[in-house]
Design a binder for this molecule. Sequence first.
Ligand code: UN1
Length: 506
Amino acid sequence: MSHQVLRELGLLENPRVVAEPSASLAKDPAYVVSENPATGKPIAAVRLDDAAAYERCVTNACDAFKKWREVPAPERGLVVRAIAEEFRRLKPLLGELVSLEVGKIRQEGLGEVQETIDIADFAVGLSRQLYGMTMPSERPRHRMYEQWLPLGPVGVITAFNFPNAVWGWNAMLAAVCGDTTVWKPSLMAPLTAIASNAIADHVATQMGHPGVFGLLIGADNVIAERMTKDPRFPLISATGSCRMGKIVGKVVAERLGRSLLELGGNNAVIVDKDADQKLAAAAVVFAGVGTAGQRCTTTRRLIVHESIADAFVERLAKAYTSIRIGDPLDEKTLVGPLINAQAVASFTHAVGLAKEQGGTLVVGGKRIEREGFFVEPTIIRAPANNTLPIAMEETFAPILYVFTFKDLDQAIAMNNSVAQGLSSALFTDSIRTGERFLSPAGSDCGIANLNIGTSGAEIGGAFGGEKETGGGRESGSDSWKAYMRRQTCTINYGSELRLAQGIRFD
Ligand code: UN1
């Protein structure tokens, strides 16, 4: 069945892809094998790019940029519109490939492709709205305004967990902004990257714009390090771990380039005593176990009012134990596998540490004995003193740590007590409580929700967070500005040279 998807997406004809890799090819360092995490079996091997391929691709992106930047933005929007149409047509296949390669359940695989379609639609509208401001000049017969101009080739580094959408957020915006992109995807999801990029590249090339969408698949020390050091990329947009972001941020800063970082999260949901508990539980379950806990927006900590804690945890435990785990492509499945054996080891390690640190296992905690990389959705209660050091770390797995609070400011302090600042949520029916959470003394995260969970953000808002999450904003709102250069222009249409600040020089 997997071959059917590969065939229909044109991957079998792709010169990089070897559908049935031999044992010796699978060991060849010039290739990476993409495995199905639900079975641990290979799907296909992909040939990696080397330094020479890097040079060809980046030169191509620079040459294409020179032409693309002069195409009127609304016309660039038409190209993105055609790309969105192609993603619409191929959504079922591409969604299935996402499920196959990274283990997302079918609904989430489809949702991911929808996210790319949505941002492409957003970008089409944006292509007629790259507005600059005009400001009154202090000098007579002068006009002053600012304009937004294309920036250059953008290097896009993405993680395995959103192998299509995070590239979409970047590439679709960059394209209408007049930039070309060079995408370095995760080596855990190269097939989705090849298929996704080929769709965009094919449409753009057919419409007379080759080279706008570049792709480089390779080891970090061959591709990603080169990209971050390369001054031909005025912007590097990187999504992934805080550890990776600290390296990328530093290297790009050394050459005074721009980086847009969207890194880890350690997101909490606060449930106050007056909350609609049914609503809160449904939201915590989706955000806690969805994508098997492998979203940067996953709920990792639950901070629940002490008066309702036992009842609420019991409700959650019931839901957690009835979740259907299994083949991601089975419509009934709600939780698929983790990405690989290492992820399972991190899960097991975190659960072990939590117990050593005084945590109480409520449900889950074990690897599931079957092929692939499945683990049980897990709830662990922190000891009464609310101290559980492992909960301060982001483990990319479905583990929910439970803490209790007495008053709101204590809960907010706990929400803000981690190194990252991506997403947060509060469940309450009180306006006063809700507004306090959203006030300057409230959540310190880039995303703060009321009566909605921490994950599953719409594309229309700016997406990203503070502190070790990296500070970058991608996707909607005015995130496009990161992909352009701002130019302030002053025009003298009089015949006298007037100096600003009233300076006389004669
Ligand atoms: C990520 O995990 O890197 O808000 C992105 C969400 C998705 C995006 C997650 N729209 O959960």
